[in-house]
Design a protein around this ligand. Sequence first.
Ligand SMILES: Cc1ncc(C[n+]2csc(CCOP(=O)(O)OP(=O)(O)O)c2C)c(N)n1
Ligand SMILES: [Mg+2]
Length: 923
Amino acid sequence: MSGMCYISRVNALKHIAKHNEIIKSLKYHTISGVYGYKPKQNPFTSEKCAIKKRSQYNVDIHELVNGFRSRGHLLSRLDPLALNEPKSWDALHVELSDYETNQSVIDPKEFVNMGRNECKVEEMVWFLKQTYCGNASIEFMHLTDANERLWIANKWEDITANTTFTDERRKLLATDLLRCELFDQFLTKKFSSVKRYGGEGSETMITFFEHIFQSSAEHNISDVIIGMPHRGRLNLLANSLNYPPVMLFQKMLGKPEFNLSEANGATGDVLSHMFTSIDKQFGDKSVHIILLPNPSHLEAISPVVCGKVRGKAMTKNVGPYGDTNEILPILGIQVHGDAAFTGQGIIMETLAMANVPHYTTDGSIHLIVNNQIGYTTPGQISHGRSSLYCSDTLKAIDGPCIHVNGEDPESVVMATQFALEYRQKFGKDIAIDLVCYRHWGHNELDDPTYTNPIMYSTIHSRDMTIPQKYANKVLTSDERQLIVDQYSGFLNLHFQDINHYKPVNTNFKGVWSHITQASNKAITRWDTSVGSDVLYYICSKSIETPKDFNLHPNLNKVLNERLNKLKEGVKIDWATAEALAFGSLLYQGFNVRISGQDVGRGTFSQRHVMLVDQKSDDTYIPLNKLIAEQKGFIEVCNSILSEEAVLAYEWGLSIDNPNHLVIWEAQFGDFFNGAQIIFDTFLSSAETKWGLSSPLTILLPHGYEGAGPEHSSCRIERFLQMCDSKEDAMDSDHINWSIANPSTPSQYFHLLRRQMIRNYRKPLIAVTPKILLRHPSCVSGISELTDGSSFQPVLSDQSVANDNDVKTVVLCSGKHFYTLSKERDEKNGKQIALIRLEELCPFPATDISAQLSKYKSAKEFVWSQEEHQNMGAWSYVRPRFQDLFNIKLRYVGRPPLSTPAVGIGELHKQEATDILVNTFNTK
Ligand SMILES: Cc1ncc(C[n+]2csc(CCOP(=O)(O)OP(=O)(O)O)c2C)c(N)n1
Ligand SMILES: [Mg+2]
């Protein structure tokens, strides 16, 4: 027996070894790449950065150097308040006394980048202390790649030792800091009761920004995209991004940030969410800088930054969308608070995407404004967090972090310079942990001394602020006074303009200029049909593979079936309609991006937009080989297992270009709730708050098929509750988002196409099927896709022979129709008409009314749904039928329940039977 076990273990191990070999040789999508993904270049192709061999003789010196490089950060002077003292030298785990007085002369080149050919060991110790334990230090020895570690060490040692500051440069740094402080003081004086979340204590944030903008220009970065929370945001806007201070002043007085007469119902946002974009000129180079609007939900903006970077790359056809494989010339900057970066799960989700094909942005630079407190929670290990540093999450993705004392602007410059050079070299994320303090409470009206008396007595007993301390060193008092006078004069001029300044709306510019606001007069209809010859061509191309491609044996039949159906012009199923919608949009030059878990194959093995060679694992996307000179491409993005960050990412992507159909699909509809924050703060409200339109399309598989509490419902009621459709008046195109529950493949086809064909953009929440994907009745004929056909918000009952015979009108939505119609036909219910509401928001009152008016003899109007009474569309349709048509609907559906569906199979069946019986009164 044990012998058998041994042999099978040996066999198993052999099998695993072979398997591992195969795995090692595999690369995502293999080496050829696909649209939106190119294998990453080795950063060390052009220069050698080989790991140096240690000789026995040098072991002690290596140990010394390694001690500093690995643990020097524990000894650096990071805290301007000096409340957190550096650890003792023991933390180096090196017997320093052995080296500190060692006069032996060595060649340092073998160990460190001192720029010298010889030095004494004691001099090297001094160098290492300066480099790794000064006002800035770097944490990088956890990185897995030895060459990368060596590059970092060389670069850091070079930048910290050799960066020089001319007097002129120092004066500029001081000027920035003084202006930052003056701005906060001006606001305090003029608007003492406004919460402005000032930058006092973290002014060197501005040093970071000014340097990164300039350095970006030097690195030929064309666009910088920033996401940032409240702290210091107004300073960045006014001081670095040329945002007119008068607009902020007006906002503080409660005036609108838009030209309201043109803003079509926009209601704006609070002061600390204002945003802008500008072109900043540096010599002959210009950098386009965008500060994205942000919601108060901390860190929700972080993945949006990445998505926007990627969207811009797609628009400009650069990086993974371009011909070369350079590091993306578009830089994402994510600014964080120390507490939020540590605590918000979306950060880990966002970081987890950083190096994933189709989601990478070649590295974000993270600035953590570490004021050592979050509201009242202290930012120290075992007080307010579990990790030593607030930046430690970054270690999970092999990212380095620079810790820097926020009182030292010159160290901040060096940290910033290093961060950008690292990002440009490796295309990876890096963080700067800017250790600073918060001069006031959480806001200027909040008293921090209740909870943090020691910290605040230290802050209040400081004799100088950070800007003053530095400015006193590098500027004369006359120079300081001149800065004060000039900047105060500038702010005063803006202050005087408060009652005259007229804000200008900035949306619908550039690639958005052909897009307009949706009409508030009517619900418009769009011809989204496509000629049958084009559809046939697209279908044949959508299943074509290269000659040597090894298609999965089952797929041959499935894909050919698509073409046969199209040839016959009947029984076009859901997946075929989707492929035709995608293909026809690509054919017209629009890009499509579909993102979500397992979207390439489709959760239900229905989509197969991405085919995998069964021998090589290589992927092939036939739709990207539609025509020679193809302009529009589909990016198929199998996402990480996240909803919140991925959805936010796609929203960021979708606001860059109205000609990109960006789709996010939940694996099952209910999993959208992991992304609820993003639906609440971006998708549902971005246009109302910020005037930003988006065509983002959400696919939510839904249907009561006995799968139990989860996997059954996409909670359409929640989306309906969040829409701004009117209960008692006619809706128009001007709603916050469309909500549709299409019941046929052709309706789905038109919905997808409509997202690009309309002259306005709205997010679309589309309920999609599971069981209908293969349902013999859920099919469309070719004429429903061609010949001027379009999406029908309401589907009439074609089976009624004589309208006047109809006594009962049953209204329903989505998949439930098929169950009802089968029952009705079986029971020979000639007196019953079944009307489908295919779109719920905007509420298609005119179309419904046209249907209702056909049935003059109808006495009863029923709303029938699969969902429980406290769910589904019932609460939404009831008041509208009452108020708009004066019709009291009879409810049929499941009874109220705490969970979306029951878990007991028999109970589920009984409920389903009851619904049918009650709908048709056939008890
Ligand atoms: C998701 C979320 N939870 C709670 C809050 C309330 N809140 C606003 S600021 C803040 C503290 C943030 O601390 P930190 O991230 O360190 O930034 P700081 O304010 O110190 O700059 C909290 C808890 C919020 N805005 N968002
Ligand atoms: Mg904080």
